[in-house]
Design a protein around this ligand. Structure first.
Ligand code: ADP
Length: 166
């Protein structure tokens, strides 16, 4: 059974992520979306919310599951009986970071392969941070996030904006 792990912050999940999940899930028997618990970052959505939003956004993909992890990604991947990490790639700026990261992973765990999937052109500019910024200032993010999550993401971003102006 081929199991792949798709790690990330997903703060929050976007249509760009869902596109990668849909395409990657057709290549593997199981795709595990792994939400990274990063104490250094100050996320808009806490871990439980990010997992819940991802579950809602991937309900239509039968072989996808959502999990979370802290610590080393390589340990998580091996624990799940996987040897494959899937990452999405947008622009050159992603490449630099992802290239270094993949080589680091190869250095510590040569048995794990990082596989890159090119973004679809319609999502090449979509990022969680861009969405948060746009929604905070009242921009329309309806084409950028899964429809069932639109209200919750928009509301949370507006609450954040309101708190900043206090
Ligand atoms: P991280 O904090 O690990 O970069 P993200 O949640 O920002 O996590 O992204 C998770 C993965 O999804 C990364 O591999 C990232 O490059 C990819 N990704 C993000 N947005 C897009 C997009 N619009 N198209 C394709 N891949 C994307």
């Amino acid at each position: 059974m081929k199991i792949a792990v798709c790690p990330g912050s997903f703060d929050p999940v976007t249509n760009g992520h869902v596109d990668i999940f849909e395409r990657a899930s057709s290549m593997y028997d199981r795709l595990i979306i792994a939400v990274f618990r990063n104490p250094g970052k100050n996320p808009l959505f806490n871990m439980e919310d990010r997992v819940r939003l991802l579950k809602q956004a991937t309900q239509h993909i039968p072989n996808v599951e959502v999990d979370s992890f802290s610590g080393l990604l390589t340990d998580f991947v091996l624990q799940k009986d996987s040897r494959i990490i899937v990452r999405g790639l947008r622009a050159l700026s992603d490449f630099e970071y992802e290239f270094q990261r993949a080589l680091l992973i190869k250095c510590v765990r040569p048995e794990i392969e990082t596989v890159f999937m090119m973004t679809s052109s319609e999502y090449s500019f979509v990022s969680s941070s861009g969405i948060k910024e746009l929604a905070q200032f009242g921009g329309d993010i309806s084409k950028l996030v899964p429809p069932m999550l639109y209200d919750e993401i928009t509301q949370r971003c507006r609450e954040l904006a309101a708190r900043k102006t206090l």
